[in-house]
Design a protein around this ligand. Structure first.
Ligand SMILES: N[C@@H](CCC(=O)N[C@@H](CSC=O)C(=O)NCC(=O)O)C(=O)O
Length: 278
């Protein structure tokens, strides 16, 4: 699968780059960003952390705001940041920031007009890894992380693919999308009314079902404006406790939902993943 480099910036002796490619899963042209640590220039195969961003984001928010490059360079970790939805003039959209472009919710849509392009689950779990493995010198070790809608994506995808990702982490994740306004709006549009369809994308449901072994780290700010209505961290916390699942949930006083919170704790998350990726 061919990819086109559209930008390159040296960063902490490695490179931040952006690529476009034609996605057969999403039926459109897509853009993704990577951080390539300096170890790759010496021909070393490095592990990969996939980062899934939240509502309204592109591939750029994490790379520009999280301050992750220094530690990724030190740890020898490649980071891949896809866009958060299909893009293009013929891609269905909605007036709200929480549906349509920038809000793919990492599901495979089954409903019109979304199903033609909104197949983000398959994109992240199948097409994008194939592209990365076909074009970069990477090892077979993968981890996944994300923020908010992307935190939902990271946890849900790790729970459904325990053989694929060695670890998962999330900042301020939507842990129970079936039971919050953001998730209910998106799942109704993309998946229809059948709650059985919704369950396969809900981390609380998945954790309740699974004998979950993938180590997970969740960081949640206590001053997060979305905590009570949308994120519902306590729902996952209760299930993890009941099942003695390897899920660490850390709550941080005073932090909100923004990238200032992510930048404050990204080093801890990268080191957490490095333990399992090495
Ligand atoms: N515009 C909305 C909120 C949008 C928002 O806060 N987006 C977050 C992710 S929220 C969950 O997925 C984000 O990461 N924004 C990009 C950034 O760079 O901060 C509103 O006003 O409520």
């Amino acid at each position: 699968m061919s990819i086109n480099e559209i930008s390159a910036n040296k960063s902490f002796e490695g490179w931040h780059k952006q690529f476009t490619h034609s996605s057969s899963v999403l039926n459109c042209e897509m853009r993704f960003a990577v951080y390539l640590p300096p170890q790759m220039e010496q021909g070393k195969k490095v592990p990969v952390l996939y980062w899934l961003s939240g509502l309204t984001c592109t591939d750029e928010n994490f790379m520009q705001k999280a301050g992750a490059h220094r530690m990724a360079a030190e740890l020898g970790m490649m980071i891949v940041a896809p866009d958060t939805s299909p893009r293009g003039d013929d891609v269905a959209d909605d007036d709200g920031y929480d549906l349509g472009k920038g809000a793919g919710f990492y599901v495979n849509a089954t409903q019109e007009p979304w199903s033609k392009h909104y197949q983000m689950y398959d994109y992240v779990t199948r097409e994008l890894p194939q592209i990365i493995e076909g074009n970069f010198s990477v090892s077979d070790k993968k981890a996944i992380a994300g923020h908010s809608m992307g935190g939902h994506g990271a946890l849900m995808i790790a729970l459904r693919n325990p053989e694929m990702f060695v670890s998962a982490s999330a900042f301020s994740p939507i842990v129970n999308p079936m039971n919050c306004p953001w998730g209910q709006k998106a799942f109704t549009a993309y998946l229809g009314d059948d709650k059985d369809e919704w369950q396969q994308y809900d981390s609380c449901y998945l954790l309740q079902q699974a004998e979950q072994k993938t180590p997970m780290l969740i960081s949640q700010g206590q001053a997060d404006q979305f905590l009570v209505e949308q994120l519902k961290t306590e729902a996952l916390e209760a299930i993890a406790h009941e099942k003695s699942a390897p899920v660490t949930i850390e709550r941080h006083d005073g932090y909100d939902h923004s990238y200032y919170f992510i930048a404050s704790f990204i080093e801890q998350h990268l080191k957490f993943h490095a333990e399992y990726l090495s």
